[in-house]
Design a protein. Structure first.
Length: 407
């Protein structure tokens, strides 16, 4: 079974339009959450989000193409271009051996929302002929493949907020079992619009700190009141170890193991004993051939919801014990990128592995009882990370976990 390494990464998210900007923001604990500016949110119960401000797709993508793909696909292509450039990989002659898996929780929701308004106001004849391909959840994968001429296995993963960590696992599986030599994997999301916000708000899932947007996302803090929606994309280039070595690639890290399971319990609530969360981390550690004490950092799913954070902390405590492994959540800074969150947060941890620090979590003023037993990172600190574990959990009970380490 082949080893799987990471050779490229790219992102666009509320903290930066590329990896360099993202890195600087992480070091300085910059919070990318503010009042919504892309539309007037004043009649909504939630008026804050993690937007990518000043994004002009034509600065990154041909104008004609940008008008024919949804915002989430635009983000995916921007991140993929950076990751592939970062990997310094030439696809000529290997097009059939490169797979693409770009996950999304909700796909082209902005297109669906906009075209529904056109349909209601102007009638069926004015609906765009590009509506269907623009809104499909698999189209970001298709767009990346078409742009680079990649003909290997190509599909999307849709498992709510666990989607892009599932993409890492599936890309690694394809490489391990020789279906492909290279996998371009990632996640993309663009759902900051009135209807999705209204829907999540109706579930009581979102923070309503409209007057304090920078204090709204507060994983593990006792005063948290819900997550903050965000947008963006993250993409990684995975390769078979021998393939990367043969082309003398700069190897960033290794995907050492992964786990996938389901709570089989509730539409949106995690299992009350965190059984799935505990189990998926243990599966990933076993697959990696590592023990809990080998892990330096747990990059949490922790979205800032009252129940979810508490149960994830309980699971971490049972798997890793008290006050040993470092624990943080990138959502304290970015907000929640839904289906794109897992890969963007993996990129955050990879940056920290490379540069020798771990970012803090602003707003951790008063940790809950169970989280307070963990080694929560409140302020950024310099430390060597050799192995980290990344959790992602999604509505429907989906749990995905990946273990990444130095090569």
């Amino acid at each position: 079974m082949r080893r799987v390494v990471i050779t490229g990464m790219g992102t666009i998210n509320p903290l930066g339009k590329n990896v360099k900007e993202f890195s600087e923001s992480l070091k300085n604990n910059v919070i990318g959450i503010d009042r919504i500016t892309n539309f007037d949110p004043s009649d909504l119960p939630v008026q804050i989000a993690g937007e990518i401000k000043g994004f002009k797709p034509e600065e990154f993508i041909d104008r004609k193409l940008s008008k024919r793909i949804d915002r989430y696909s635009q983000f995916a292509l921007v991140a993929a271009k950076e990751a592939i450039e970062n990997a310094k990989i030439d696809f000529r002659g290997i097009e059939d051996r490169v797979s693409v898996i770009i996950a999304s929780g909700m796909g082209g929701f902005l297109t669906l929302d906009a075209q529904n308004e056109v349909f209601k106001e102007k009638g069926a004849s004015r609906v765009s002929p590009f509506m269907i391909p623009m809104l499909l959840s698999n189209m970001a994968s298709g767009v990346v493949s078409m742009f680079f001429g990649l003909r290997g296995p190509n599909f999307s993963v849709v498992s709510a907020c666990a989607s892009s960590v599932h993409a890492i696992a599936l890309g690694a599986l394809l490489i391990r079992h020789r279906y492909t030599d290279v996998a371009i994997i990632g996640g993309a999301e663009a759902t900051i619009a009135p209807l999705p916000i209204a829907g999540f708000a109706a579930m009581k899932a979102l923070s309503t700190r409209n007057e304090e947007p920078k204090r709204a996302s507060r994983p593990f803090d006792r005063d948290r009141d819900g997550f903050v929606m965000a947008e963006g994309a993250g993409v990684l280039v995975l390769e078979a170890e021998e393939f990367a070595k043969d082309r003398k690639a700069d190897i960033i890290a290794e995907v050492k193991g992964f786990g996938m399971n389901d709570d089989a319990y509730h539409f949106s609530a995690p299992h009350p004993e965190a059984e799935g969360s505990k189990s998926v981390m243990r599966i990933a550690l076993k697959d990696a051939g590592l023990l809990p004490e080998d892990i330096d950092l747990v990059s949490c799913h922790a979205t800032s919801t009252p129940v979810g954070d508490e149960l994830e902390a309980k699971a971490i405590l049972e798997v890793f014990g008290e006050r040993d492994v470092l624990v943080n959540s990138t959502k304290a800074l970015t907000g929640h990128l839904l289906g794109a969150a897992g890969v963007v947060e993996t990129i955050a941890a990879l940056i920290e592995m490379q540069e020798g620090f771990v970012h803090g979590m602003p707003n951790l003023d008063n940790p809950d009882e169970i989280p307070s037993k963990l080694n929560l990172v409140e302020e950024s600190r310099n430390i060597e990370v050799n192995n980290f574990i990344k959790n992602s959990f999604g509505f429907g009970g989906h749990n995905a976990c990946v273990v990444v380490g130095r090569y």
